[in-house]
Write a protein that binds this ligand. Sequence first.
Ligand code: NI
Length: 168
Amino acid sequence: MLLPILYYPDPKLHTVAKPVVAVDKRVQTLIADMLQTMYEAKGIGLAATQIDVHERLIVIDVSEDRAAPLVLINPELVWHSAEKHLNEEGCLSVPGIYDGVERFDAVKVNAIDRVGQIRLVEAEGLLAKCIQHEMDHLLGKVFVEYLSPLKRNRIRKKMLKAQREERE
Ligand code: NI
C-alpha cells in the first residue's frame, strides 16, 4: 500500500521517533509499504517519520537496479570516519530541492534487520550519506536545517506555495 509522505515544513517532521518494540506483523507490513512508497517515489531512502509513523525504522535502496532493499530498525551509530565531505542531497519530503550537506564519509551502524536479527552495517559513499540523512529524520531533523536561515526560509516559502497550488 502506498503511504502519504509528509512534506516540509509540516511540523510533524520534527517529531522524535521512539524505538520499535517488536518486529511483528504490523512492522513487517509497515516495512513492505514503506519500500513500495520509496520505490514509487523514486527515492533512495525513507524514514518512518516521513510517513507520520514515529518509530525508529528506515528503508534504503541505493542500488542501480533498485533490488537491494536495506531495512534498519532501531539504528544506532557506533562509529564514524574522521573525514566529512559536502555533497548534494535531496529528500522525498522536500521535492525538487537539492543542496549541499556535510556528512561523514563512512559510518558503522548497529540495527535490527527485517527478520529481527541485530547486525552491524558498515557503509561508505552514497549509502553512508543516506543512512545519516535518514537517521536525522528519526530525530526530527530535515536536511534543509543544515542550510542557512536565509536559504531555509526561501525553501519553506517555495514549498508552501507549491502545496497551495497543489490544493487549488
Ligand atoms: Ni529525507
